[in-house]
Design a binder for this molecule. Structure first.
Ligand SMILES: Cc1cc2nc3c(=O)[nH]c(=O)nc-3n(C[C@H](O)[C@H](O)[C@H](O)COP(=O)(O)O)c2cc1C
Length: 370
């Protein structure tokens, strides 16, 4: 099962299974001299950690990260990257493999079980093995370090839809994102989500969600035509997150309903000598290259496939069967996908920042003289 790495200059490799002793990662290409603290990486992991509310899986994982290489520590605990591979480890401490005996023989409809088995002829059914979103903790740790490559960029993720409940953008309050268990920027929608998800959870079902990630302060020039487009790499990175079934950049699918006039992000010169865009339908990327506007991406996650409602399936021996998935599962994986989405955006932007520095170095002085 190869292909466990992504990125070019900021290259992240992840390893580990849901019920193995540990998961972890290696960042190859982190520039030397970055300063960060372990508690910053831990804080990022804590936002994704399971078992923090009744709305996420009750698996109790402290997700304590240990850095094994690639940094020097100062007396006050500040870590400085040395430019060598940064390897880190997160131990699994709360596995309950017996919960998964039902899926050792039968496939969960909507999960990766059948696809893994039919491809490889074997799979680690305990907690889903490598297909478990336990792996996404590693992405979050890598994202926290990637963010240090981009000190002027602010990346904010928010859950904007859960099942049939969408936010009202007029109620958007960024401070609210950290106040409710859903990372939802609309307090009223969050209150409705709580009742709604309680009902879903108690009935043994699950529901999907849409997450929006906005990166502000992204310099113009990241991304390259044609096969290194920033939007293409963001889409690939977000699509690689478990359960993601759709990605949009800027106006996304809704741009199909707009006219050329409406969709054009008109420009005017600002007082600071830089252009001002009068709208951002493009989501901050034109021609695969960042424009300096906020980079706006959205991704949709499907409902959790491990549910308590009996579903028809087949066994690995080719018999019809029925399956009820026990174990501890997220009733809406979109909640914990918020920090994962932020992390993937950070990793892609860090990679493109280094690629831009490698190819263009100092950007041209814009505007150009006549
Ligand atoms: C943060 C997060 C948590 C998840 N938790 C669960 C879970 O508890 N149970 C489950 O069946 N799937 C969960 N998933 C989704 C599965 O990992 C995913 O559906 C599975 O690997 C199949 O891959 P696919 O949906 O991308 O095709 C989670 C996904 C994310 C992003």
């Amino acid at each position: 099962m190869s292909f466990n790495s992504f990125g070019h200059l900021f290259r992240v490799t992840t390893f580990g299974e849901s019920h193995g002793p540990a998961i972890g990662g290696v960042i190859d290409g982190c520039p030397p001299g970055l300063r960060f603290r372990l508690d910053e990486v831990q804080a990022a992991l804590d936002r994704r950690r399971p078992g923090q509310s009744r709305f996420t899986t009750q698996r109790r994982e402290p997700d304590e990260v240990r850095i094994l290489s690639g940094t020097l520590a100062e007396e006050d605990g500040t870590l400085i990257s040395t430019g060598t591979p940064i390897a880190f480890l997160i131990e699994n401490v709360d596995q309950r493999s017996k919960d998964y005996s039902a899926i050792s023989e039968s496939y969960r409809p909507g999960h990766a079980d059948y696809a893994y088995d039919v491809k490889y002829g074997l799979r680690d059914h305990r907690g889903g093995g490598r297909s478990s979103a336990r792996e996404t903790a590693v992405r979050v740790a890598a994202g926290a370090i990637a963010a240090k490559v981009l000190p002027d960029v602010t990346i904010t993720g928010a859950l904007v839809q859960m099942g049939e409940i969408g936010i009202d953008r007029a109620n958007w309050d960024s401070a609210e994102i950290g106040r409710n268990p859903f990372f939802c920027p609309d307090a009223q929608a969050a209150a409705r989500m709580a009742d709604y998800l309680d009902g879903i959870r108690k009935s043994g079902s699950s529901v999907g969600a849409v997450i929006e990630v906005v990166a502000e302060g992204v310099p113009p020039g990241l991304g390259a035509p044609l096969y290194g487009k920033l939007d293409a790499d963001l889409a690939a990175a977000l699509m690689s997150i478990n359960a993601v079934k759709g990605v949009e950049i800027g106006e996304g699918f809704a741009s199909a309903t707009l006219t050329g006039e409406d969709n054009a992000d008109e420009m005017r010169m600002g007082n600071d000598g830089r252009p001002v865009f009068l709208a951002n339908h493009a989501g901050g990327v034109l021609g695969g290259i960042s424009t300096g506007q906020p980079v706006v991406v959205r991704f949709a996650v499907k409902p959790t496939s491990s549910i308590l409602t009996p579903r028809r399936t087949v066994t690995r021996h080719g018999e019809d069967a029925e399956i009820v998935t026990k174990g501890r599962h997220d009733p809406c994986v979109g909640i914990r996908a918020v920090p994962v989405g932020e992390a993937m955006v950070a990793c892609v932007l860090a990679d493109h920042f280094l690629r831009q520095r490698g190819q263009v170095g100092t950007p041209p002085a814009w505007p150009f003289p006549r």
